[in-house]
Design a protein. Structure first.
Length: 550
């Protein structure tokens, strides 16, 4: 057996909070050999990311670590800063869960990749620029030469994730720590990124520590799996042992909660197509253009787009990263202007509405953003963030407002005590649930959900999907559900709209789109969905690669 790239022995992480040490990960023991992938899975807050960040001493100052973490034989616990700096980026690369907060907003993406390269290699600016553009091309960033000069906020969520992956792969690391590396990616790009990571592993014999709640990704990549709950490893084994012969009840529960494409019954509306009520959202021939900014030319993001959503209906909007999904969602509630066409919400034309008009309309709408870390105010406790829309709308204050906040926390299954915590004190999945609670605060007629389950582990995601259906049955709101997870769209949606390069390529009933798609692009999307079964996923990957080589 080869010497492990990463060796973790009796590793424990604790946090000092209000005079007490709280354990977050306890007695972690595992090795990762060259060319192997170990996945850590479990619910949000189970200690997965804490373990991964502790390995390279990236935790906050109130953290305490004990035990041993060796990378290529070098001890990381208590190591001098100079050794850690030398290892970070070159020997060990980290793909963070939230690219918007991991990338520096005041520097271009190209500059940040160049900085990584020149920090570790004797490389001139021109040579580093060429290599950075190669990396952006490798991760399929559109127009890589132009994208080199873009800032993180000018990319879509999936494109930001790809840019961060390009930066992580820049130095061909011996160990890649990938914390939810495909969270914000559509299924086709996800498949390509997993192929890239697999190529890195095979080409350089690198080791990969994969932190994810996407069990299809685990089935596709992992050799070994650790299952965590409340800071403890409750089960470990090979991929086949965990998927086919799970022993611990929690592991069985986790696998049982994984949504599977094609396993859901068609959802029906309480009215026929001939007797539909007036649409809550009506988009007619809308074109959206982003204006020229500096060296970045103007471009059309959405072209001649039309869609209606009726009361009680969920329409899933799917497509690759950069296809225009989020742009449509934001334009639908007046967050970005349109170039031409018409948008109506509950019969009110908002195509060219003033801010005063939009303030009234937004009483009828709610939005869950893709990136919870950047959409919540870091200076406000989450209870205030959730209650703010209710207070500003004049619907409640004092004890009544407190009761509303507690009810909303109950609905998204967060402890009421969390109302006094700040966003940085919550895990990614917990922050997403806060965003969902805030969006539902005013019981909207229209909910725009932009990747609302992307940061949720499968068990919490399953409960959230049930909750969303229950709330919709009760409140009868219309929902535009933007997602790259086709299995989730399969569970929720009445109809599905498919976008590619700013165009609406196909729209229809859920069963027609997912079981009998007409468009070749839709068929390719469905074929790239990973399934939570190692043997079946290996067959699907081989079939996909065989088609791509033709």
């Amino acid at each position: 057996m080869a010497n492990p790239v990463l060796s973790v022995k009796d590793f424990t992480v604790e946090f000092w909070v209000d005079g007490v040490w709280y354990p977050a990960a306890v007695d972690m023991n595992f090795d990762i050999e060259p060319g192997k992938v170990t996945a850590i899975v479990g619910e949000s807050g189970s200690g997965k990311s804490t373990t991964a960040m502790g390995i390279m001493d990236l935790l906050a100052s109130n953290a305490r670590m004990s035990g041993s973490v060796k990378v290529k034989g070098e001890e990381m616990i208590g190591a001098p800063k100079s050794l850690l700096r030398a290892f970070r980026g070159k020997e060990v690369a980290y793909i963070f869960q939230e690219p918007m907060t991991a990338l520096n907003p005041v520097y271009t993406v190209g500059f940040q990749i160049v900085e990584t390269l020149r920090s570790h290699f004797d490389m001139g600016p021109k040579e580093a620029r060429v290599r950075a553009i190669e990396l952006l091309t490798m991760v399929e960033i559109p127009n890589p030469e132009q994208s080199f000069d873009k800032y993180p906020h000018q990319f879509s969520g999936g494109q930001r994730q790809r840019a961060m992956i390009a930066q992580a792969l820049a130095c061909d690391p011996a160990l890649l720590i990938a914390d939810e590396p495909t969270t914000a990616l559509d299924v086709t790009v996800q498949a390509e990124i997993l192929d890239l990571m697999r190529g890195l592993k095979d080409r350089l014999n690198s080791a990969i520590l994969l932190i994810t709640h996407a069990m299809g990704v685990v089935a596709d990549m992992a050799d070994d799996i650790l299952v965590m709950k409340n800071g403890l490893v409750v089960e470990s084994g090979t991929s086949e042992e965990i998927f086919y012969r799970p022993q611990h009840p929690y592991t069985k529960e986790l696998l049982g909660a994984v949504p599977k494409l094609g396993s859901s019954k068609q959802r029906t509306l309480p009215y026929s197509s001939d007797a539909r009520p007036a649409p809550v959202l009506k988009i007619e021939n809308v074109t959206i253009e982003y204006p020229k900014r500096g060296r970045i030319p103007a471009f059309i993001a959405v072209k001649d787009f039309s869609l209606e959503i009726f009361p009680g209906e969920i329409v899933g909007l799917v497509g690759e990263s950069g296809s225009g999904k989020t742009t449509v969602g934001r334009a639908a509630i007046g967050l970005i202007p349109i170039k031409s066409g018409k948008i109506e919400i509950v019969g009110e034309d908002i195509s060219h509405a003033t801010q005063k008009d939009l303030a009234k309309i937004r009483r009828h709408t709610g939005i869950v953003f893709q990136d919870p870390a950047s959409s919540l105010n870091p200076r406000l406790p989450i209870g205030e963030s959730i209650g703010e829309p209710i207070f500003l709308a004049g619907l409640a204050k004092g004890d009544a407002l407190n009761k509303n906040v507690e009810d909303l926390l109950d609905q998204v299954e967060l402890p009421r005590s969390y109302r006094n915590r700040y966003p940085h004190e919550l895990s990614g999945g917990q922050r997403q649930r806060v965003g969902i609670a805030r969006a539902l605060a005013l019981t909207p007629d229209l909910l725009i959900a932009d990747e609302p389950t992307s940061a949720l582990d499968v068990s919490v995601q399953s409960r959230f999907l049930e909750l969303l259906q229950e709330l919709q049955d009760k409140l009868n709101f219309a929902c535009l559900f933007i997602s790259h997870d086709l299995a989730v769209v399969d569970i929720l949606s009445h109809r599905i709209a498919v976008m590619q390069d700013g165009n609406l390529v196909e729209v229809g009933d859920r069963d027609r789109i997912l079981r009998n798609a007409n468009d070749a692009y839709t068929q390719r999307l469905i074929g790239a969905v990973p399934v939570p079964d190692p043997k079946e996923q290996a067959e699907r990957r081989a079939a996909r690669l065989a088609v791509s080589r033709k």
